[in-house]
Design a protein around this ligand. Structure first.
Ligand code: SF4
Length: 162
């Protein structure tokens, strides 16, 4: 039943985002306190369209089905350190992703509460999460091994003001 409602909620969210599309750069400026989303309106708009299309390919439903009200951080049986490849940022289609160099990316809204509450805040939540984005650094620990204390998770993607 949760899966059914997640599909409905995901579809509604995508529809609302498309309806609000012309306003999204402005909303992003207000929500994330970053003027560049508005000063680079057309560029942001194009990236928003790509972002929403990517959200509609699974992440929106995944949010309502697996994340919302259930998970807010990476589970204890997941270990590793992020190398900032950007794969989990919807395969580099996230509008907030910023390129650092050829192989390294960072999140432009990393410290936002909205990011922490989204799929990003608890990625990866399981082996499937790791595999679907081909994450090169995190791995799911065997159940008995996960009982042993683990080092603090390294922040995956750091923000640079721009
Ligand atoms: S969590 Fe994994 S997939 Fe995501 S940016 Fe870091 S290394 Fe890449």
């Amino acid at each position: 039943m949760r899966k059914f409602f997640a599909r409905i909620a995901g579809t509604v969210l995508i529809g609302v985002l498309y309806l609000l599309l012309p306003l999204l750069p402005l909303l992003a400026t207000v929500i994330f306190a970053r003027l560049r989303f508005t000063t680079r309106y057309l560029s942001t708009l194009k990236k928003m369209r790509v972002h929403i299309a990517a959200l509609s390919q699974g992440p929106a439903v995944h949010f309502f089905q697996d994340i919302l009200g259930q998970v807010s951080q990476v589970p204890d049986d997941i270990q590793g350190e992020c190398v900032q490849c950007g794969n989990c940022c919807m395969n580099h289609q996230c509008v907030f992703l910023e390129k650092v160099d050829e192989k390294k990316f960072q999140c432009g809204v990393y410290h936002s509460l909205f990011r922490k509450l989204s799929n990003c805040g608890s990625f990866p939540i399981n082996r499937h999460d790791i595999e679907r984005y081909a994450c090169p650094s995190y791995f799911a620990q065997a159940p008995q091994a996960s009982a042993i204390s683990r080092p603090q998770r390294v922040i995956p993607i750091e923000m640079v003001k721009g």
